[in-house]
Design a protein around this ligand. Structure first.
Ligand code: PA5
Length: 448
């Protein structure tokens, strides 16, 4: 049974039935292009059937690495950025909790993320948080040369060596990187770190179901076999090229229809703080895949009800170029009954004894109605539970949708040429060898 349900009923005032019909052949073609690997960037589409080809043997190194970390460490520091970071963080929050490190139980270890910023304060404070606890490091980088994780890795390697000695440190480093190439691969081979492979045919933002996401998940106590089983089932659930049978295609189609009507910003909204990183992961997936050739929907996010007290005004009455996709959890892992006091001093007597989960859901329904009335088209993705099954299917749903969506925009959804521009400017200003020409130009610009 599918763990997620797609609901487009919040589009009634915005999209007519015939509009979906009009785009269905384009969507069919985009889907066929994706699964037949005949489109732009086809070399990076192995994620389409990655989960279903995993076996006990292919997963054994990941399980073994997680068990070793759990046996000798209390903490795993996961070093990576972008696609080498967001998936694991999203997964741990989603299945476990944003408070995983405080609530950690059983064999699971605490998982902290580093190397996703340049901030000295972040690194220094994480160092203090780890304190005397035994720790291991999983450094994740396909290229091995990405500045932020490479810098963080230097710090944590130094710390490992200081605590465990040269040989002991090597035993506590797992490098997740390219199978053959790159600086991290060479270093791992020279130093004898255990390595896990980032598959050639899967780009960073689609890599959460490879070792990139699976090792941190397994170390945190998530059942990665179940996540992959759910994603493998999703491969079948979302295999039809008919958008009336395949909700991922319907989602891609509606997004495109809305874009053509001027709704160029999508807000991925949630009603659970533990889904905040789902949105962060999704923003990279959508933004880096679609934002090319001056096209693409701008992916943004909102965390409700928190952001109703900050962004709510804009969403209700600001520029009408927004649409909203709300991820709704049908069965919360926790529920609480609002305490009875018999007093109405806080005006809450009418809620006494009610389930907080029901209040949260009712608030979500009310907000959809208000936003639709305010001119914000609404889509919903219902996930049954925040468990491994829900996670595996949700990942596949969004990946499939953006692959198709990219081809509907007639761009290559699997490259990211635009991310190089900032690196060139940064390296030039930092006087990186090889950037001498650009260094001159950029320094001169600053001196103008
Ligand atoms: O999706 C992507 O390709 C990027 O977000 C990369 O994952 C990110 O830049 C990190 O790159 P690397 O894994 O080479 O360090």
């Amino acid at each position: 049974m599918a763990a997620i349900k797609f609901d487009s009923s919040g589009l009634k005032n915005f999209v007519k039935d015939n509009e979906l019909d009009e785009i269905k052949d384009q969507v069919r073609f985009a889907h066929q292009t994706l699964v037949q690997k005949s489109g732009a960037g086809a070399d990076f589409t192995d994620w389409v059937n990655w989960a279903s080809i995993q076996t006990e043997a292919t997963l054994a190194p990941i399980h073994q690495a997680a068990e070793k970390i759990q046996a000798n460490s209390k903490v795993l520091v996961v070093i990576g950025i972008g696609g080498s970071y967001l998936g694991a963080r999203m997964a741990i929050d989603f299945v476990k909790s944003p408070w995983h490190n405080e609530l950690v139980a059983g064999k699971a270890v605490k998982v902290y993320f580093a190397g996703n910023a340049m901030s000295p304060m972040a690194l220094d404070q994480l160092d203090q948080v780890i304190g005397d606890q035994d720790f291991s490091v999983n450094v994740i980088s396909k290229s091995g040369t990405t500045t932020e994780p490479a810098v963080a890795f230097r710090f944590f390697k130094q710390r490992l060596v200081a605590k465990y000695g040269e040989e002991g440190a090597k035993e506590r480093i797992v490098a997740t990187t390219d199978a053959k190439r790159g600086a991290l691969k060479s270093e791992a081979e020279a130093e004898g770190y255990q390595t896990l492979t980032i598959p050639d045919g899967i780009g960073g933002r689609f890599s959460v179901l490879s070792a990139v996401g699976l090792l941190p998940m397994a170390a945190a106590g998530i059942d990665i076999d179940q996540v992959l089983a759910a994603a493998a089932t999703a491969e079948k659930t979302y295999s039809s090229d008919d958008l009336y049978e395949n909700p991922a295609l319907a989602y891609a189609a509606y997004r495109r229809i809305l874009y053509d009507k001027g709704y160029t910003t999508e807000i991925l909204a949630n009603w659970e703080p533990s889904l905040q990183y789902l949105s962060e992961w999704w923003k990279q997936l959508m933004g880096e895949s679609e934002g090319k050739n001056q096209k693409g929907i701008y992916p943004s996010s909102a965390n409700y009800s928190t952001d109703l007290h900050s962004l709510g005004q804009y969403i209700q009455e600001g520029r009408r170029d927004l649409f909203e996709t709300v991820v709704r959890v049908d069965h919360s892992k926790h529920d609480l009954t609002i305490p009875k006091t018999g007093s109405n001093e806080d005006g809450l007597l009418y809620l006494e004894g009610k389930s907080l989960e029901e209040v949260n859901k009712t608030a979500a329904t009310g907000v959809v109605l208000a936003h639709v009335d305010g001119g914000v088209p609404n889509l919903a993705v219902h996930v049954d539970r925040q468990d491994e099954a829900g996670l595996g299917e949700l990942i596949y749903f969004f990946e499939m949708a953006v692959g198709v969506s990219g081809y509907l925009f007639n761009i290559n959804p699997f490259n990211q040429p635009g991310v190089e521009a900032y690196k060139t400017a940064m390296f030039a200003l930092l006087d990186k060898p090889g950037y001498e020409e650009q260094s001159k130009v950029y320094h001169e610009r600053l001196n103008d």
